[in-house]
Write a protein of this length. Structure first.
Length: 255
């Protein structure tokens, strides 16, 4: 069963600068949340705080368990992370499927061989991002978009109940962005808890829930289709947006 992920913090500082203030958020099972806001709002910092990657003045819980009480293996099995440009300049001689297999390390014994379950998880992840045809290619031979899909597949291969994605659509073309949207909805329907930092507001407004961040504070935490979500977006982006209704909800366009 997928646990909730709850973050409660008074503030979070990077160096001398206070980046986040008075945040109370819960990521729930069966829900895809889009985390949005202007440049410098604190989106990526907030996602890293949710992943337990930054020290906070407050608390982080996975289900009823405080984050510090979980072992590293437990954390890695229960929460999968995709950060921006993680494959740039490192491990480029790895084949695509080998890079995806790294997502299975939390399930393997030290120096153990990959199991049949590991191989099946890797195959399923590669298939989900349309990467099976070039699974044997080294990373250095892949385009930026193809390497981004390898990163996503690696996160999927963990099969964690909680999935945190920072700018997952970087370098992806429009058809693969649409594939990604369908995949997020499918994961949520399976009962996963998913949160993604997005700059693509037209896709963020398709999420189940929207977290709008501005100047280190959460302006909105609620359904993406609520009028309050659009009001918060206008405030965060300096009233430089206009919204157009379509068959699937709302589009956010430059004013």
């Amino acid at each position: 069963m997928t646990p909730t992920l709850h973050l409660s913090l008074d503030r979070l500082c990077l160096g001398e600068r206070e980046v986040l203030h008075a945040v109370q958020l819960t990521l729930r099972p069966g829900e895809w949340v889009a985390l949005v806001g202007p440049n410098g709002a604190g989106k990526s910092t907030l996602l890293r705080a949710l992943a337990g990657l930054l020290p906070i003045q407050g608390s982080l819980r996975l289900g009823d368990t405080p984050w510090p009480l979980l072992s590293r293996r437990q954390r890695a099995q229960r929460l999968a992370w995709l950060g921006p440009a993680e494959l740039d300049g490192t491990g480029t001689e790895l084949r695509a499927e080998e890079a995806v297999m790294l997502g299975r390390l939390p399930h393997q014994r030290w120096m153990g061989l990959a199991s049949e379950a590991d191989r099946q998880a890797v195959d399923a992840a590669l298939s989900a991002v349309d990467a099976l045809p070039w699974r044997q290619r080294p990373l250095h031979s892949l385009s930026a978009g193809e390497r981004q899909r390898v990163l996503l597949a690696r996160a999927l291969a963990v099969e964690a109940p909680v999935l945190l994605l920072d700018e997952p659509l970087t370098h992806l073309d429009s058809p693969h962005q649409a594939d990604w949207l369908r995949l997020m909805r499918a994961l949520a329907k399976q009962g996963r808890a998913v949160c993604s930092v997005l700059h693509e507001l037209h896709l963020a407004l398709r999420a189940d829930r929207l977290w709008v961040v501005h100047e280190g504070r959460v302006l909105h935490d609620g359904p993406a289709g609520d009028p309050a979500a659009r009001e918060a977006l206008q405030q965060a982006f300096g009233h430089r947006l206009r919204f157009v209704a379509d068959a699937d909800g709302w589009l956010a366009l430059p004013a």
